[in-house]
Design a protein around this ligand. Structure first.
Ligand code: ADP
Ligand code: GLC
Length: 475
């Protein structure tokens, strides 16, 4: 089975969120699970990390007509990657810009065109590479069916149904997309959606957790796509993401000390390191306070606005220390900074993006907050559990599928869950977590439960290989 994995982000080279992590790890796991060859195709952005490891692949350069324009596509490959071959595509400088999807002024105006050209070039290459399965991800790859030659099986994965690739129909007509069937499948409300085209045309649709697969078929969380999914819901499967093996506190080189479920001393050292580097004061005499971490895109999806009032209250009572990391909506960035300015000795905030800091916070915290209003899968709660930091999560999507509540299931609990998505419900769960933290014996065994969970990619990769196999034999 030859698989072409197409994605707009691939970690560590390019990443704005979990899609990058998944595209960085799952293709390798597919190769390990038996795929004969896996090709990963993604754009070559201007600020691609590790660009020095890329090697030109002149044999894959193509000139093609797109929307009446002549486009020059060039490709690079990663030099030493035996498991999955990474190809980075450059198309007339469309991706050599300061940001991936936009810059400080917002999303780029020509994203429909940029990802249309990318899909076109990728479709030309997958034909050449002889891919049996084309595995596309999210709206940026939704236009592939407009360009794919017959004969490939298309799998489409929804990482977040909120982002649907919605543009005016003209944005696609100018790209020369004129086949009536394609235009019908693109049509969505008063415009067009690349995600809808992919959902209609894919041989199989997956999303990143079983609970989210059910949720997106409802009006509340389908964001208008539930009707499209209802069309043929049998094709939709929820396959839970895994986490990259580099997120492992026993080997993580960023940490000041390493640890695992049987050797927790290093966790205490990481906690002290975070405490000292954040410049926090000692807790009130005779007391102990837990460290709470939060790392997220600062958006409403992530429920950051629900968490801030809860943290504000706990900080004012001097009952916790808080480490915040994220960037996103301006008002939330402002509130996050504000909290750290009011209590510089209790709260540390970094508005920005830093994987190193993310790892230090995961390792040095006791409790991690993830009050997302919806969460297709979520990776941070899994990183937290792996690092012995118990997550407090809203019981939705992948959060519901990965975290078991310590009060509901004391022997197997791995965190704390709550619903509905309100500050009050979150506050109740945080109080339960703090109470449990003050009982070291109990906390210790929950930490060990959390750290021993299997979040490996091998499990997901096997399910994808079964899916590919089913499609192959059904064809
Ligand atoms: P989403 O993709 O919806 O943002 P996920 O939980 O799936 O949510 O993945 C988020 C990924 O991005 C995780 O790897 C997380 O550690 C990382 N991340 C998010 N914000 C930051 C940040 N400011 N700095 C470092 N890593 C971040
Ligand atoms: C999206 C979702 C997130 C998921 C990630 C990877 O960004 O918001 O929940 O973990 O994709 O699938």
């Amino acid at each position: 089975m030859r698989v072409a994995w197409i994605s707009s982000e691939v970690a560590p080279w390019s990443k704005t969120g979990g899609l990058g992590d998944v595209s960085g790890a799952l293709p390798r796991a597919l190769a390990e699970a038996g795929a004969a060859q896996v090709f990963v195709l993604s754009p070559r952005y201007r600020d691609l990390c590790h660009a020095d490891q890329l090697w030109p692949a002149p044999e894959l350069a193509r000139t093609f007509r797109h929307g009446g324009h002549e486009v020059h596509g060039t490709a690079w490959r990663v030099r030493h990657d035996d498991r999955a071959e990474h190809l980075f595509l450059s198309c007339d400088g469309l991706f050599e810009r300061p940001g991936i999807y936009g810059d400080a002024h917002g999303g780029y105006d020509d994203n429909a065109w940029r990802y249309g050209v990318f899909c076109h070039y990728a479709a030309l290459l997958v034909r050449e590479l002889g891919a049996d399965i084309v595995h596309a991800n999210d709206w940026q790859t939704g236009l592939l069916p407009a360009f794919l030659a017959p004969g490939h099986l298309l799998v489409f994965t929804i990482h977040n149904i909120l982002f649907q690739g919605r543009f005016s129909m003209d944005a696609f007509r100018v790209q020369g997309i004129a086949a009536p069937g394609i235009l019908d499948d693109l049509a969505f409300w008063d415009g067009a959606s690349t995600m809808k085209l992919a959902l209609r045309r894919a041989d199989a649709v997956t999303t990143v957790s079983p609970t989210y697969a059910r949720e997106i078929c409802t009006p509340a969380l389908g964001f208008g796509m539930d009707g499209v999914l209802a069309h043929d819901v049998r094709r939709l499967r929820g396959i839970l993401n895994g986490i990259d093996p580099s997120w492992d506190p026993s080997i993580d080189a960023v940490l000041p000390a390493r640890f695992d479920a049987d050797r927790l001393d290093g966790k205490a050292a990481c906690r002290s390191h975070l405490w000292t580097s954040a410049g926090w004061s000692a807790p009130p005499a005779g007391s102990h306070v837990p460290v709470i971490g939060l790392i997220a895109r600062l958006t409403r999806q992530k429920g950051v606005d629900l968490a801030l009032p809860v943290l504000r209250e706990l900080l004012s009572e001097n009952r916790v220390r808080v480490a915040l990391l994220g960037q996103g909506e301006a008002d939330l960035e402002h509130e996050v900074r504000d909290l750290a300015e009011i209590w510089p000795d209790r709260c540390h905030a970094h508005v920005g993006y830093s994987e190193e800091r993310a790892r230090l916070i995961e390792a040095g915290s006791d409790i991690f907050l993830m009050p997302s209003r919806f969460e297709p899968c979520g990776l941070n709660q899994m990183y937290s559990m792996r690092y012995g930091t118990l997550p407090v999560v809203h019981r939705v999507g992948g959060l519901a599928d990965t975290v078991r509540d310590c009060d509901h299931d004391p022997d197997h609990g791995t965190g704390f869950t709550f619903a509905p998505a309100t500050s009050e419900a979150l506050s109740g769960a945080v109080e339960r977590a703090i109470l449990a933290w003050h009982d070291p014996g109990r906390w210790h065994s929950s930490m060990q439960n959390a750290m021993r969970q299997d979040f490996s990619w091998a499990r997901s990769a096997e399910q994808f290989m079964t899916l590919y196999g089913d499609l192959w034999s059904a064809r």
